[in-house]
Design a protein around this ligand. Structure first.
Ligand SMILES: C[S@@+](CC[C@H](N)C(=O)[O-])C[C@H]1O[C@@H](n2cnc3c(N)ncnc32)[C@H](O)[C@@H]1O
Length: 239
């Protein structure tokens, strides 16, 4: 069926990421759903997608599917939710989490190779929104990925990003020290990022680039920080 063909098209490639998130899928799932402040942030991010009943939303790097039930609730039984991730074991959890919905599709694929407009047309899909939470910092070219996602939704569509980066609040130093430790520990150990002197600076640069590109390409729907300034939420509507 067309959606399976789309999954083949975006075929997964990043083995380091898959190995790391595959091994830690269970722990990540707990952190992703229960870290204080994160459930509220997820609700804000889903709201910023401005979904209506019957809409189609794609979540890039959906992980264990923490956002998928809330996206399904917003698009209703007539809508379509597609979660894409490179890592098999996290996808299994996402599939279990959404098994009761026949309009939530969890596909293995690469978020940096989204389907092309003619492939979407063939699959009978018109994407209204793209959501990516805690993903762009892992991509080689985050701004380029945001460009692709903006093209995917087209005029009138919404793109929403949420990412952890260094805080700029006045009491930031201790928070940023913890943040730096978390970045090092949560970065796949065989990637270059983990061995750089300041992996959190490189992560910050990637996140800045992605959020800036979204702000440049869209009209602001959300421009917020959460959880002591550590999480940035940017949402925009394409003109
Ligand atoms: C930090 S987790 C975030 C998961 C989920 N978005 C959430 O909010 O809990 C990052 C996820 O991005 C996925 N990922 C990283 N690079 C990817 C890529 N190029 N394409 C698809 N998924 C990717 C990883 O497999 C992992 O599940």
């Amino acid at each position: 069926m067309p959606l399976d063909r789309l999954a083949e098209r975006v075929g997964a490639t990043d083995e380091t990421t898959q190995e790391f998130y595959g091994r830690w899928a269970g722990l990540y799932d707990v952190i992703a759903r229960y870290t204080p402040g994160v459930p509220a942030l997820r609700r804000r991010a889903a709201t910023a997608c401005r979904l209506e009943s019957g809409d189609t939303v794609v979540e890039m790097g959906c992980g264990t599917g923490a956002n998928l039930p809330s996206l399904r609730k917003r698009v209703g039984p007539e809508g379509t939710v597609i979660g894409i991730d490179v890592t098999g074991p996290v996808l299994e959890r996402a599939r279990d989490r959404t098994a009761r919905y026949d309009n939530v599709h969890v596909l293995r694929g690469d978020a940096t190779r989204p389907p092309l407009p003619d492939e979407l047309e063939e699959a009978g899909l018109d994407v209204d929104a793209v959501l990516a939470t805690f993903v762009v910092g892992m991509l080689e070219d985050p701004a380029g990925a945001v460009d692709d996602w903006c093209d995917l939704v087209g005029p009138g569509g919404h793109v929403v990003l949420a990412n952890a980066a260094r805080s700029e609040v006045w009491y930031a130093p201790p928070i940023n020290a913890v943040f730096r430790a978390v970045v090092v520990l949560s970065t796949p150990p065989t990637t270059k990022l983990r061995y750089e002197d300041d992996p959190h600076l490189r992560l910050d640069a990637k996140i800045d680039a992605a959020h800036r590109r979204l702000r440049d390409r869209s009209v602001a729907i959300a421009d917020e920080t959460h959880i002591f300034g550590v999480v940035r939420l940017t949402g925009g509507r394409l003109e």
